[in-house]
Design a protein around this ligand. Sequence first.
Ligand code: PEP
Ligand code: MG
Length: 588
Amino acid sequence: MARRIIKGIPVSAGLAIGKTYFLNRDSETSIVRVNITPEQVPQETERIRHGFRLALEDLEELRKKVPRELKEKAAIIDSHIMILRDKKFQNAACHYVGSRLINAEWALENAVGDIEKAFSRIEDEYIRSRIQDVRLVAGRVRSQLFGQPKNISEVSERMILLAHDLSPADTLELKLDKIMAFATITGGKTSHAGIIARSLQIPAIVGAEGLEEIQDDHLVVLDGFNGKIIIEPSEKEITRFTELKFRFGEYQSQVKRNCHLPAETIDGYQMQVLANIELFEEVTSAIDNGGEGIGLYRTEYSFLNRESLPSEEELYEEYRDLASIVYPQKVVFRTLDLGADKIAPHFGALKELNPALGLRGIRFCRQHPDLFQAQLRAILRASTMGNVSILFPLISGMQELVEVKEIYFRVREELKAQQVSFDPELPMGIMIELPSAVFIADMLAREVDFFSIGTNDLIQYSLGIDRTNKHVSYLYQPLHPAVLRSIKYVIDAAHAAGIAVNICGEMAADPYCIPILMGMQLDSVSLNPQAIPGIKRIIRQTTMDECKDLLKQVLSSNEVPQSNRLVRDKIFTRFPEELMFYTSLIED
Ligand code: PEP
Ligand code: MG
């Protein structure tokens, strides 16, 4: 393969130089057109014939194992065997290779397309629906062409992982001694894969179109600052990136040295800087990087890679241990935010057309009251030291909040009746992630002790763009006036009601956004542990006046590109050294 550059969205800073491992689990989604030369035609047609042969052998083997009673299953396999034996299908695919000079996978796709067209003209609905069988058979041939599906755990040496997609559950399997960086074809600026990459401190890129062409064992440079993958880099590039990697390492250790100093501006405004964690084990990194407590524990992550549900006792022990490690600093337990892309195997994925708008977060919990109550009990029981807070995700309105509070207070009453101790003063807050919650922030503020603004979702829901979708990631605009006005409105409403506001979305970890958020006089931020030292350092070098001034300028602009430019220029001029080594949610 010749030198090439593939671009994507940078989501986790850093550089990696190494060999690739392509996780080809979903062969259907990795089909691309590759133009071939006339000399390559025999080789590609032979791949198709070989694919059909292997798929047929596989099915014939399977057919032998089907017990006689399972007549229906046997009949389906027989029909698939027939399709594979019918030479017309494979001949059509081979024909495309030669006539269009294209790769085997793409030719097979063309042949399936022709059959689909022919089937769509059939009147009989049952026969028309049998196109499904052709697709299944094509899938079998395709997986022979691509090789057997792979698994993250199979990576045996340090590699750069390439994948179509990495779910939040997959990211839990990423082992630092094996995976030095990753890139995915799908994903947006605040996809959970990126969030985990930052926590693990491995460079990552999402939304990288064309990755599937790289496949295994190619030397690449993955540039997590600029969202670039250089395939087969030159000697000169390798030297340059090796040096940059070294400088980044030096910068990181230098910033970390002062991470335990308070985040106080030059003019004395103190911001509390907390850590976001997904797993219990991250607590060490949160403390080591200068986190002043845990501002967001995404409790759903420990449900993603296990088949059975943890018992209340298991949850209690984990939560109690966490609270006592962090003590006297606080830990905010967010109740389960399952649903959308965070699927617990125990429940499986729901068939929803718009999962992000579906049974997610607090809605999911209310559909599973036993699980919700077990978690509430575990959090309450772990609160006896007095440093625990509880946080409900995705609250959309007053009625929902009142009902959730009823459940919560009922659980408290039950514990009291059973003489189980808990902290009666435990602060209770809600995530502000939906525009509906923003506009009634004044009402919601009277019902709770604090707000935590989840800008990842707030941007997604305010601007109507899926945060995991690369096609609309250019519209993921933190400096959109609607987003900034929403955040400001929430902070002002909370302060008027006398409650504190935290921001725990990725905006708080973005060096270009933090001065603007500071200008709104929020009370605390919560970020992935790795970002804490750098963000604290920026806060310490700034003044509140400067932040307010920048906020004013950005709020008075009604064009996002203009705001982006303004903020980029100002902040970069102020902190050139800091910003060499950052990724940002703000477009260039
Ligand atoms: C958010 O939405 O900003 C947030 C912090 O929650 P999550 O990223 O887990 O959805
Ligand atoms: Mg959220």
